[in-house]
Design a protein. Structure first.
Length: 637
């Protein structure tokens, strides 16, 4: 979101420099860039309250004396007799409408904050009421939608439709609404894709003199994904998806009206508000000792009170009352994060963090031994997000997830590991052996926690001349685990490729075992490999194209197969990124072995040339042909 520096400092009494405000925003965790005195802001999904000038000013109030944009119409407004039905109260628990009739359509040139908004941000003008709506959203963070009142006839309803419906947006884009969608309808015609974009047939124009302004609160789950699904650029959806303030509607509409009155004469004003569910205040107990423990500092009650008060929290005998616009605050950890932001993470004293050597800590632990067993057999460990979008009867739902598409704790590891497998298959990996160790949670009268091992395999057993032609299957998994897990605890699951929309034919086997099911023999396992003594830094994947070469060797003496393999696999060059067996055949009559190796070359800094690759291939061939009985059919030196 773009916010003008000018619009901030005119509400900050000390008039700080743009650099000073920038430093404070970074301290508060608000990433941004500055272009021509415009802050281009990036907010985390849970901070929808900051998507406005007032939202940023509320956060900056911990450092400066600020004044929010709060000039609004204060007089009594007559009740609006609107024929409205809300059939989606659960997802729209509160909504208000403001009707404004102009005395005549004479709009004065834009002035004050409305003029500055369009000039400073170089925003596009549409028509008067839409322009005011866009500005109010920029200032307050609350989207509104304007209907030309003369085009809204009869009953207005908010409801879900399920099926296929034609809808033309106010920008003239024709959509085919499919599936379940939340819409506003009038005379059985869809006039607004709720929270996303209005329809053309009720949109305002330069001639509109009577308007109905809708101001609603939509739960994020009802809006999220709609703008992406229909390829729409919607500032309103962006804000609703990140949560808005359900208690601000009357103030926002009075602010809207105030700006209208600055630019035109009004002959009639009416307003109505609908509140279908009671707003429950979020009150968190005061626990300064716990906050100090979480952050690792020691603040006084006075500092605690001062910090939170400046952020708009109200402290009472009952605890800390969270403002209605702070939907992200739920726990003591959230309160601790707010205080840490104000203090500044760089200003929190450093303390030494002692990490016990993993091998020393887990050397006699089942989990460590299980990992070594699998790693020794060529498996790779994965770590997946414990939160998923899929629900079931025993799944535990998170009250305040960072991502509303991942609001449930996993009840198994299967789906995550299938996604890992498909990710690798799409990248032409033909030997996939993955495992994950994680906690899973279910709820049946009480919360149940289990530590489990998940395994998934598919493709070739290995990329060497011995295992190249062998396939990963149930028998393979049993051969690894049967010594350490009772047979009745090993329940293998053959995953159907039809269920995952995959056209490959290789078998997929999944297994999930509770760690408690491993017997004592796992403690006796003697690992072949050990954790690296030197930390291996992650190397980014190159953006430059790779080049591959294949070499097929014939080996007359079986004893030289391993010698050849060791030479090739231990060949070192910065351009050689990978090499592996792609073909193996043994002629039983002649006893000649044929092995094909594929070499992948790639640079981190440039596109490599054929000459560079040929030079390396010639060097590899030269070294290989020095091995007794190794030949390269068709090769001429």
């Amino acid at each position: 979101m773009k916010i003008a520096y000018k619009h901030l400092i005119e509400r900050i009494h000390s008039k700080p420099s743009i650099e000073d405000i920038s430093d404070k925003l970074f301290q508060l965790g608000h990433e941004h860039e500055i272009n021509d005195e415009i802050f281009d802001m990036e907010f985390t999904p849970n901070r929808g309250d900051c998507l406005s000038v007032n939202g940023i000013l509320r956060d900056l109030a911990v450092f400066y004396d600020v004044c929010l944009y709060d000039e609004r119409y204060e007089e009594k407004i007559e009740s609006f007799d609107l024929d409205f039905i809300n059939k989606a109260c659960k997802d729209c628990p509160t909504i208000s409408f403001l009707k404004i009739d102009l005395e005549n359509y004479e709009i004065q040139p834009y002035k004050d904050e409305l003029k500055d908004y369009f000039n400073d941000l170089d925003a596009n003008k549409n028509n008067f009421f839409t322009d005011v709506s866009n500005y109010v959203s920029y200032e307050t963070g609350q989207p509104t939608h304007c209907y030309d009142a003369s085009k809204v006839e009869g009953n207005l309803s908010l409801n879900y439709v399920n099926g296929s419906y034609n809808f033309e947006t106010l920008l003239g884009k024709k959509l085919d609404l499919k599936g379940k969608n939340l819409v506003f309808s009038c005379k059985d015609q869809i006039i607004n894709l709720a929270g996303v974009i209005g329809g053309k047939n009720t949109s305002c124009s330069v001639d509109t003199s009577s308007v109905i302004v809708e101001c609603a609160y939509f739960k994020p789950d009802a809006i999220i994904g709609k703008s992406l699904k229909y390829d729409l650029s919607s500032e309103a959806a962006h804000k609703f998806e990140r949560n808005t303030d359900r208690n601000c509607h009357e103030l926002v509409l009075r602010r809207f009206l105030k700006i209208v009155l600055k630019h035109s004469k009004v002959k009639n004003i009416e307003m109505v508000s609908y509140n279908y569910t009671e707003f429950n205040k979020n009150i968190i107990p005061i626990n300064i000792d716990l906050i100090n423990k979480i952050i690792g500092i020691k603040i006084s009650k006075e500092e605690y009170t001062n910090y939170l008060s400046k952020l708009g929290f109200i402290l009472t005998n009952l605890g800390v009352e969270v403002p209605s616009y702070r939907n992200d605050i739920r726990t003591q950890n959230d309160i601790a994060e707010e205080i840490a932001r104000i203090i500044g993470y760089d200003n929190i004293p450093l303390t030494e963090l002692k990490i016990t050597n993993y091998e020393q800590k887990y050397g006699s632990n089942n989990e460590y031994k299980i990992k070594r067993l699998l790693i020794d057999n060529g498996f790779n460990e994965v770590i997946n997000n414990p939160f998923v979008k899929d629900s079931c009867k025993t799944a535990i739902k998170i009250d305040n997830p960072l991502d509303s598409n991942k609001s449930f704790l996993r009840t198994n590891l299967k789906n995550s590991l299938i996604e890992n497998l498909l990710f690798n298959e799409r990248r032409q990996k033909d030997s996939i052996k993955l495992f994950e160790l994680s906690d899973i949670y279910t709820y049946e009268k009480s919360i149940n926690k289990k530590r489990v091992l998940g395994i998934i395999v598919s493709g070739r057993i290995g990329k060497n001349y011995i295992d190249f032609s062998k396939k990963l299957n149930e028998k393979y998994l049993l051969s690894i685990l049967k010594k350490y897990v009772p047979e009745d605890k090993i329940v293998l699951d053959n995953v159907s490729r039809n269920s995952i929309n995959s056209k490959l034919k290789t078998e997929i086997v999944f297994l999930q075992i509770e760690l408690d099911d491993f017997n004592l023999d796992i403690q006796k396992y003697k690992e072949l490999s050990t954790p690296p003594k030197i930390f291996k830094k992650y190397i980014p994947v190159s953006d430059f194209p790779s080049s591959s070469r294949d070499l097929s060797f014939s080996i007359e003496e079986n004893s030289q197969l391993k010698t050849l393999e060791n030479l090739i696999l231990n060949y070192k060059n910065d351009l050689l990124k990978d090499c592996y067996v792609f073909d193996y055949y043994k002629n039983n009559k002649t006893q000649i072995n044929k092995v094909g190796y594929r070499f992948i070359f790639q640079s981190q800094i440039k596109t490599i040339t054929d000459e560079e690759v040929d030079t390396l291939i010639d060097d590899i061939i030269s070294k290989c042909l020095k091995i007794k009985s190794v030949k390269l059919p068709g090769y001429k030196n």
